[in-house]
Ligand binder design. Structure first.
Ligand code: NAP
Length: 163
């Protein structure tokens, strides 16, 4: 299983339910990696998507503790164990944890790889991804320069792998 995330310098990932940076190349990379696979997300992340709708061309799994929550085009699960059971038959290379903070923190221990878009800037944030640079359990496997966003923010694609 993989995590995929976009962070700022302090590993901030979101503020008031929204992403911190608009980065088209990052969106393309996200679509390229996840299309055809399974994405697992928290209810808050789903509701931050346009129209609060699941992602096209992917199997969507949404975590919520609400017993009656339902959303067209997604499977709803109510615990981490239920989420893990739901993807047990999938190819782990094509299962993607896509956030937000609470879901990353709970599912990262089950991930072998994290694809991190690192935006070279700081923004006010209330949601963070665990800092993998300070985690002895992970190492950088590759770094690919991404270029600059429309507003001039440099970014790179960093792949971390579990040791
Ligand atoms: N930069 C990035 O790459 C990226 C990616 C994704 C999200 N984000 C950002 O992250 C922020 C959202 O993060 P978040 O932590 O607030 O929300 P979240 O993880 O998206 O969703 C939290 C919700 O998921 C459900 N949930 C979590 N753990 C569960 C469990 N063990 N069992 C059942 N349900 C569970 C609960 O839903 P209920 O309340 O319905 O019970 C919980 O309130 C937003 O700002 C978003 O933009 C950033």
């Amino acid at each position: 299983m993989n995590a995929i995330v976009a962070v700022c310098q302090d590993w901030g990932i979101g503020y008031q339910g929204q992403l911190l940076i608009h980065n088209k190349a990052d969106m393309h990379s996200f679509v390229e990696h996840t299309t055809g696979g399974t994405v697992i997300m928290g209810r808050t992340t789903l509701e931050g998507f346009p129209g609060k709708r699941p992602l096209k061309n992917r199997r969507n799994i949404v975590l919520t503790r609400s017993p009656d929550y339902a959303v067209e085009g997604a499977e709803v699960v109510h615990s981490v164990d239920e989420a893990l059971a739901a993807v047990a038959g999938d190819d782990p290379d094509h299962v993607w944890v896509i956030g937000g903070e609470s879901v990353y923190r709970q599912l990262l221990p089950h991930c072998e790889r994290a694809i991190v878009t690192k935006n070279d800037c700081l923004r006010p944030a209330d949601a963070f991804f665990p800092n993998l640079d300070e985690d002895a359990g992970w190492h950088v496997a590759s770094v690919e320069p991404g270029g600059q966003t429309k507003t001039g923010i440099s970014f790179s694609f960093v792949t971390y792998e579990r040791n």
